[in-house]
Design a protein around this ligand. Structure first.
Ligand code: TI1
Ligand code: ZN
Length: 311
């Protein structure tokens, strides 16, 4: 049955007008996109660690939705769904068109967002470190990519596999945003314009290593998953944009080919316990598959991993 399209509208977290797919049941409108199977719920400040987070499907008496977090969570989930379908012909995170559920207003001023294995969770931020995290497309893409990772390589969320897990989420986050190499800039520190949570072009700017010799080997942050992701993030940046690091020069191949290499590595070669060296090998093999064994793309991948000390 052909679903009749129904368009909702509303202002996002940054005050920008957005349009998105909604549905009508009875005399109420709901953030339920029946075409992509995306629905958005209000967690009503249930704690992010509570075992079962339930939620109320966001509704409105008219086609205008007034909660900016719900507007962005819903609209950006659609953008991310469309990105995976158009770019990689992947139908939802499991490639089997499973429903995507997002929960906003999770926790009390929670300065984070997460994929909990089944659904996306967004905090409102404390207004100083973060504003509502649903307000940034790279956050939604980051979290939904964790879902893609779970149904493919299923990289463990600790130590080197965990840093690769985090890096894949950042890589797709900047690829969907497609205009910079910053992560979280739209929702991070509202009174410090121009800064970001992370930078893929210059991880050290936000205290991440950009070389394997400087990796964190302690126990914090699940063995540094948000710290050591900087090493692979820098490699991905160098493959796409080119550059020079530790006396190695990389000739960039652009974002389109770079994201194709990483998507292929994630879905065909990486496994739950892949280490950084396995990431290097998977990216080289993916580049060979896509562009040929002696291609400039393969050369760029080798140079980039040389430059970040993963050899
Ligand atoms: C619940 C346990 C923590 C889960 C961590 C999630 S996957 C995560 O990595 N969240 C991102 C959120 C994000 C994404 C893109 C841009 C800005 C913020 C993250 O990087 N969280 C940081 C703050 C962290 O947990 O250290
Ligand atoms: Zn993450």
């Amino acid at each position: 049955n052909i679903l009749q399209e129904l368009t909702g509208n509303g202002k996002g977290v940054k005050g920008d007008e957005k349009k998105f797919e909604i549905s009508k049941e009875g005399n109420l409108y709901y953030l339920n996109d029946k075409i992509r199977k995306i629905s958005t719920y209000d967690a009503q400040n249930q704690h992010e660690n509570s075992p079962i987070i339930s939620g109320k499907l966001v509704s409105s008496k008219t086609t205008t939705f007034s909660d900016p977090s719900s507007v962005d969570a819903h609209a950006y989930a659609e953008r991310t769904y469309d990105f995976y379908k158009k770019t990689f012909n992947r139908d939802s995170y499991d490639a089997k068109s499973s429903p995507i559920k997002s929960y906003i207003h999770v926790g009390e001023k929670w300065n984070n967002a997460a994929w909990d294995g089944e659904k996306m969770l967004y905090g409102d931020g404390d207004g100083k470190t973060f504003i509502s995290l649903a307000g940034a497309l790279d956050v939604i893409a980051h979290e939904l990519t964790h879902a893609v990772t779970q149904f493919t390589a299923n990289l463990q969320y600790r130590d080197e596999p965990g840093a690769l897990n985090e890096s894949m989420s950042d890589i797709m986050g900047v690829m969907i945003d497609d205009n910079d190499w910053l992560i979280g800039e739209d929702v991070y520190t509202p009174n410090k314009p121009g800064d970001a949570l992370r930078s893929m072009s210059n991880p050290k700017k936000y205290n991440q290593p950009d070389h394997y010799d400087d990796r964190y080997t302690g126990y914090q942050d699940n063995g540094g998953v948000h710290i050591n992701s900087g090493i692979n993030n820098k490699a991905a940046y160098l493959i796409a944009a080119g550059g020079k690091q530790s006396s190695v020069t990389v000739d960039g191949i652009g974002r389109v080919k770079t994201r194709a290499i990483y998507y292929r590595a994630l879905t065909e070669y990486l496994t739950a316990t892949s280490q950084f060296i396995d990431m290097r090998d998977a990216a080289i093999q993916s580049a060979k598959d896509l562009y040929g064994a002696n291609s400039k793309e393969v050369k760029a991948v080798k140079q980039a991993y040389d430059a970040v000390g993963v050899v």
